[in-house]
Design a protein. Structure first.
Length: 194
């Protein structure tokens, strides 16, 4: 017996809808597997219990809401049908197709223009490079405030220290300070007092 035919017979036997010819085909299978009778009885009992406990048909809890929801879905689906060839798209539908690329292009141009703003009369780099902080400054004295300014056109950085006493002109800073090209930092010796 083919596996498909065997499966069909078993299903019809479980549902108790075998014809006389099918019952004759099923007899040899039942003799081979006597345990199937017991399993079938358990299945039929479970099916009867389920049918007794669960109603076959039940009204939806809110039929008006359910029907309104179905009607809305049908209307939306009908509205989603593609327009026929003789209908022209509206103004806003046409606008949508070219407005998004145009807006993206305008934003790109604005960004590039903003990056190219230069100080009037200056041949140096864009103004944005001049306002970026050059270094991080730290002062061990809380009353001293350090501000750094980098001038890219001159290739230098100015550090303004507010709150320090003036350094006398007699002090040679080159003898008391050091420079690290790797870190781009200046070290000032604190061993010498003014």
């Amino acid at each position: 017996m083919k596996p498909d035919r065997k499966e069909e017979l078993l299903t019809r036997w479980l549902d108790d809808v075998l014809t006389g010819e099918e019952r004759a085909e099923m007899e040899p299978l039942l003799k081979e597997h006597p345990e199937w009778e017991r399993e079938r009885e358990e299945f039929l009992q479970m099916r009867a219990t389920l049918r007794a406990e669960i109603p076959a048909e039940e009204e939806p809890p809110y039929p008006d809401f359910f029907n309104a929801h179905l009607e809305r879905l049908v209307r939306e689906r009908r509205g989603a049908v593609a327009p026929s060839g003789d209908e022209r798209p509206g103004f806003w539908a046409t606008l949508r197709w070219w407005l998004a690329p145009a807006a993206a292009g305008a934003m790109l141009l604005a960004f590039l223009a903003g990056m190219q703003i230069r100080d009037p009369g200056s041949e140096g780099p864009p103004l944005a490079a001049n306002i970026m902080p050059a270094v991080y400054t730290y002062t061990p004295v809380a009353s001293v405030k350090a501000t750094t300014m980098e001038d890219a056109s001159l290739g230098g950085t100015v550090i303004v220290l507010d709150g320090l006493e003036a350094i006398p002109d007699s002090v040679d800073l080159f003898q008391t300070a050091g420079y690290s090209p790797r870190d781009r930092s200046v070290f000032i010796s604190t061993d010498r007092t003014f």
